[in-house]
Ligand binder design. Structure first.
Ligand code: FAD
Ligand code: EPU
Length: 283
């Protein structure tokens, strides 16, 4: 009715792990199409960089943000900006984060450079407050527009209970667009901080993966705990606990979701501390 593009597709191609069966994919380009897609049970897919999707796929509609919902307006809002502090126009939830971070660096806009190297979309990165020890998404958010089953909401970070890898936004509320709050620096200064954050990533595996499997439990990191349990290099089917970093599971080619689940279960059994999953398991 509203012109959303609907197709049955294998989801593996939309994920960085490269695993996942079929679902009905709804590509929406405006709020009207999004509202129609949200009329039946749905899931929202971002960059697919934190997902382990079942080989059977999912029964719900899978929504992807495209067109104007994947565009960015970085022009400073004249009413809210001054020479040091920039508030941008709207940045769509479907915008790829890496390109945004590069564009901000070129403009000399600081606050989000600590998230360099995170292969997410803006909406997914905001939803889980993705970050590194050099910074996180909520360092640079001014306003968020969120589509909920009860309609559109516009909120500020103060309205949310956000924290480490958590925005406080309920599951399946969709981050449609955000406005960024940035500080004016020189492009060189922004680049210097990006280089630090990039360097911290050197030890991470280069293969297909959904990033870190578990959140850091505080104190000692999950990677070190899994490493100390002697699990680096453990393989189930075609999934492997990366020899480079034990909190990464990689797809050696042809891995299944069941292979990854088996490794997650093994880690939980063998590490003495309760670990909270960072991945999203679909379903
Ligand atoms: P997806 O994986 O598509 O989805 C993840 C969750 O977000 C799902 O629940 C989904 O429904 C929800 N979601 C997606 N889009 C929206 C939206 N518009 N509105 C509301 N909810 C939405 N993470 C870090 O925090 N720090 C890192 O340093 C880091 N490094 C990584 C390195 C690699 C190589 C990889 C593969 C991943 C890494 N990750 C890291 C994990 C991942 O990039 C983050 O979790 C990211 O936030 C996921 O965003 P996404 O858009 O890919 O979301
Ligand atoms: N370590 C080990 N063995 C391992 C892995 C790590 O001993 O197998 C040790 C390292 O030697 C280091 C410490 O653990 O002393 C911390 O490791 P690292 O610097 O790699 O950081 P991390 O805490 O494991 C976090 C984030 C990453 C982010 C990096 C860089 C979490 C769960 N992980 O990793 O985020 O990229 O810092 O800032 O918070 C993600 O969330 O998906 C992710 C990749």
């Amino acid at each position: 009715r509203t012109g959303a593009r609907v197709q049955r597709l294998a989801l593996a191609r939309f994920t960085t792990l490269g695993v996942g069966g079929e679902a009905e994919v709804w590509v929406v380009t405006n709020h009207e199409q999004l509202a129609e897609a949200m009329e039946e049970p749905y899931r929202i897919l971002g960059g697919g960089s934190n997902l382990v999707i079942s080989d059977q796929g999912v029964p719900e509609r899978v929504i992807r943000l495209s067109g104007p919902l994947a565009e960015r307006d970085l022009t400073p809002d004249p009413d809210l900006s001054d020479p040091d502090r920039i508030v941008t126009g709207w940045v769509g939830g479907g915008v790829p984060l890496p390109g945004l971070i590069r564009a901000l660096q070129k403009l000399g806009y600081s606050n989000l450079e600590g998230t360099v190297g995170i292969p997410a979309q803006v909406g997914g990165a905001v939803w889980m407050n993705a970050g590194t020890r050099y910074g996180e998404m909520f360092d640079g958010l001014h306003t968020l527009e969120i589509a909920t089953p009860a309609g559109l909401r516009v909120v500020t970070p103060d309205d949310l209970r956000w924290g480490y890898r958590d925005s406080g936004i309920p599951r399946n509320h969709i981050v449609t667009r955000v406005r960024l709050k940035l500080q004016k620096r020189t492009p060189e200064e922004v680049l210097a901080k990006m280089t630090l954050a990039d360097t911290a990533r050197k030890g991470q595996p280069k293969m297909k993966t959904p990033g870190c499997a578990f959140k850091n439990p505080g104190g000692v990191g999950a990677g070190r705990l899994i490493d100390e349990a002697g699990l680096k290099g453990t393989r189930v089917g075609n999934a492997l606990i990366a020899p480079e970093h034990a909190n990464f599971i990689v797809n050696l080619g042809g891995a299944t979701a069941a292979d990854v689940h088996a490794l997650l279960d093994l880690i939980r059994q063998r590490v003495g501390v309760p670990l909270e999953l960072e991945y999203e398991l679909w379903p």
